[in-house]
Design a protein around this ligand. Sequence first.
Ligand code: CO
Length: 214
Amino acid sequence: MSKYEQIFEKNRQWVEDKKAENPDFFEHLSKGQDPDFLYIGCSDSRVTAEEIMGLAPGDVFVHRNIANVISNTDLNTMSVIEFAVGHLDVKHIIICGHYYCGGVKAAMQSKDLGLLNPWLRNIRDVYRLHKEELAAIADEHTRYERLIELNVEEQCINVIKTAVVQRTFLNKGYPTVHGWVFDVRSGRLIDLDLNFEEKLHDIQSIYNLGTTAD
Ligand code: CO
């Protein structure tokens, strides 16, 4: 059986397993979704959102793109955030980068990558913002890992810049934005422990789209 054909066989088995555990599993799913989490991560095939978090269908709203970039002109990502926060009422937004990210690696190289150029420029912008810190790291792999972390941090800030996140947090006290890195080599999720409220406050001095800033 080809890898392609195996997918349908595995799906059939999965349906049976789920029904054996809970006969109403799919009936329940069909009633709607009420996830607590919005996860925005890289499209990399090794970083499977639900599996690494141990979450089940219905638990997490997922958006993935190359190098987990939040661009304010990207209608796709902006719609995901608007819908997840404004309609699904998620409590947490997670931006998850990962070590060994090919997108970040590509952005570190001086190479014309065609259509990928404007997308990767978002990461080059992160590099420029943190040029001094990165230039001080002599080891290239350490610099690469640090850029992956800084990219997560800057993308979290881009999420916090959105009106729906600012407004909802000020009105309801959530969602909180978290920055994580998945270590492909160990399988571990690392919380970068970003201070969300401090970042929100900093952002609001320039990007205030909610209220209550001073
Ligand atoms: Co990646």
